[in-house]
Design a protein around this ligand. Structure first.
Ligand code: MN
Ligand code: MN
Ligand code: MN
Length: 277
């Protein structure tokens, strides 16, 4: 089964609308998917209020990607297959939204002090219906000729220690897992190798995520080499984690992160979606 449980739409920092993303997923042969927009459920709400008639399209389950903090590191937790109307998950969205809005203002202040005026408005234009975040500020910096690419914007302005790097008081990792579980969902650790942890720190993260109630690891994703996938799968088997697969799709302009590039889940791993289909 072709499964993509990690995607972004225009509800957060993705470039495709929920409907266009489902159409792309269908073209890629994806049968089960979730919009895991950053700290928001707007993509799900849009589709739920105006269901698409997409014959042969993928089945959509509720999803979210919650930004959290664990030992001073930003850790992303995917919530899947929860009750999207549940009080806990809506509380998660509201709390995180407030934090995001505060950060956007602080980033704009920093840029203003660097002589870059109107950044909040510029970022808002790119954000559309979403709350402005760093990728939107990055696009504004490209527009104004400050940098040539969004990558350069991150490197020169938003990376750790750079002038517009604003650290955020995200929810503790355990809190995010609790929100998801209370709403009846499963918590999956997103892109476990993206946190630049040493091996022993990663091990500790995986143990503490499991102890907090996390049940899945994102193992099958584009961009991991065989060895990386093998060692993640090995760890998942040892510790009883379920395996998840996802593209982390944001934009058709990033062909290295598209649904069609998701490798199969390694053998011997129980898929996180096993009970849903
Ligand atoms: Mn993103
Ligand atoms: Mn992420
Ligand atoms: Mn993501």
């Amino acid at each position: 089964m072709q499964v993509d449980l990690h995607t972004h739409t225009t509800a957060s920092d993705g470039e495709l609308s929920p409907g266009d993303l489902l159409a792309l997923q269908m073209d890629c042969g994806i049968e089960l998917t979730a919009f895991t927009d950053h700290d928001c459920l707007d993509g799900w709400d849009q589709i739920a209020s105006a269901p698409l008639r997409l014959r042969g399209g993928p089945r959509l389950v509720p999803g979210i990607e919650i930004s959290t903090v664990w030992m001073k590191t930003e850790i992303h937790v995917l919530g899947l297959q929860f009750d999207p109307a549940h009080r806990s998950i809506r509380e998660a969205v509201d709390t995180q939204r407030l934090r995001r809005a505060e950060r956007a203002e602080r980033i704009a202040d920093r840029l203003d002090r660097l002589g870059i005026r109107g950044a909040l408005e510029g970022a808002r234009r790119h954000a559309g219906e979403a709350l402005p975040g760093r990728p939107h500020f990055a696009r504004h910096l490209v527009d104004t000729g400050r940098v040539r690419s969004t990558e350069e914007a991150f490197r020169r302005y938003f990376a750790h220690g750079k002038p517009a790097a604003v650290s955020l008081a995200w929810a503790p990792m355990e809190q995010a897992v609790a929100w998801i579980r209370e709403a009846g969902g499963v918590a999956v650790l997103a892109h476990p190798l993206a946190y630049r942890c040493t091996r022993s720190r990663l091990r500790r993260l995986l143990v503490e995520f499991r102890d907090a109630g996390g049940v899945g690891l994102e193992v099958a994703m584009p961009g991991l080499n065989r060895d990386q996938m093998r060692s993640l799968a090995q760890f998942a088997r040892e510790t009883g984690y379920l395996g998840s697969s996802g593209s982390d799709f944001h934009s058709p302009g990033q062909p290295w992160r598209t649904p069609s590039q998701i490798p199969p889940l390694p053998e011997g791993l129980r898929p996180v979606w096993a009970d849903w289909v």
